[in-house]
Design a protein around this ligand. Structure first.
Ligand SMILES: [Zn+2]
Length: 177
């Protein structure tokens, strides 16, 4: 349906996008896949981006209205960042508490029980590998999931026992008695 009114047309297109979100996204993905393979397209894309960056700073320094707009947008981004970080800090604290409770709440080697200095020890010694393979919070989430499922790979060690095991490469920090 041909809409000559610019605003109406915009609205119609917006509604169409909202109604067929998946379809429109698939079109976009296909278009990009087709064009990304073409080296000419990549060159052109690079040039466009460069031009945009140059224009951005010219506009930023010469146009106070634009500068204000950018400032507000960045501020909003910053706020969102702070809220997200807060959210994950809280989540992490919850996950940690649950993991410590399931694993017994005290160091499995010496019995120390102040939660502030308790850490989760990887019995198989694959803590570094686990860290490399996922982001910080994803790793914690997966770890808790495995602990809930009753994985044998995790034990609580206090900071002292954990560092001694790491330094000496043994699985028992010291022999008591
Ligand atoms: Zn200990």
């Amino acid at each position: 349906m041909p809409l000559t009114d610019k605003e109406k047309r915009k609205e119609y297109e917006r509604n169409y996008r909202l109604r067929n979100l998946e379809k429109v996204r698939a079109w976009g993905r296909n278009w990009l896949r087709k064009h990304r393979a073409d080296p000419m397209f990549r060159e052109k894309e690079k040039a466009t981006k460069k031009k945009y960056r140059e224009n951005f700073w010219i506009r930023y320094h010469s146009n106070p209205e634009f500068r204000e707009k950018v400032r507000i947008k960045n501020n909003r981004k910053h706020l969102r960042y702070i809220t997200e970080t807060d959210y994950f800090h809280n989540k992490y604290a919850q996950w940690r508490e649950e993991a410590l409770t399931i694993l017994g709440g005290r160091c499995q080697y010496c019995g120390f029980d102040n939660p502030m200095a308790l850490q989760i020890h990887h019995v198989n010694g694959d803590g570094a590998k686990e860290r490399r393979e996922s982001s910080k919070y994803k790793q914690y989430r997966l770890m808790l999931q495995r602990i809930r499922e009753g994985s044998e790979n995790y034990k609580i060690a206090c900071a002292n026992c954990n560092i001694i095991m790491a330094r000496t490469g043994t699985l028992v920090p010291f022999i008591r008695g």
